[in-house]
Design a protein around this ligand. Structure first.
Ligand code: CU
Length: 163
């Protein structure tokens, strides 16, 4: 093996061993990156959903609905700090994905909220969910369930909204 190839192999190995299980879905001009969720304690009624949506097209689209077989319903939420207070609200009209733009759903920002879970989400499982866009239509994706503490460090303690 010559040197550059060996370095590449080492880099790939490092990447795969440090999590970075990245999966992607495509729907028309939309690229949906790494949908993930967090493991829930038994009896939990809500779970979160996170992903990125990139619009490689020339017209805006909009994520308008989310559903999953493991929850009674999915909602699109936004968490934001207003006047120093962390608040959350449901976005009835969904989230616009501008042309050439990329929108990130992550803890502390836009997120999907799975309401009335029918089963706990277990770490390392892949769970199915369906995303519906105003123009591009519907796509089934899989959410990778991460550990309970995954990227949750930025959220307020005791706020009662743990996702
Ligand atoms: Cu929420």
């Amino acid at each position: 093996m010559n040197k550059p190839v060996r370095m590449l192999a080492a880099a790939l190995l490092a990447l795969s061993s440090t999590a970075a299980f990245a999966h992607e879905f495509k729907l028309g001009p939309l690229k949906i990156g790494h949908p993930w969720s967090r493991a829930t304690p038994g009896g939990a009624k809500v779970g979160g959903g996170y992903l990125t949506i990139e619009n490689t097209g020339t017209t805006p689209d909009r994520l308008v609905a989310v559903s999953a077989p493991f929850a009674v319903r999915g909602e699109i939420h936004e968490m934001a700090t207003r006047d120093g207070v962390m608040t959350m609200r449901e976005l009835d009209k969904g989230v616009e994905i501008p042309p050439g733009g990329k929108v990130e759903f992550k803890p502390g920002g836009y997120h999907i909220m799975f309401q009335e879970l029918k089963q706990p989400l277990k770490q390392d499982e892949m769970v199915k969910g369906t995303l519906t866009f105003e123009k591009a239509g519907t796509i089934e994706v899989e959410f990778k369930v991460e550990g309970m503490g995954a990227r949750g460090g930025s959220e307020p303690a005791g706020g009662g909204h743990k996702h």
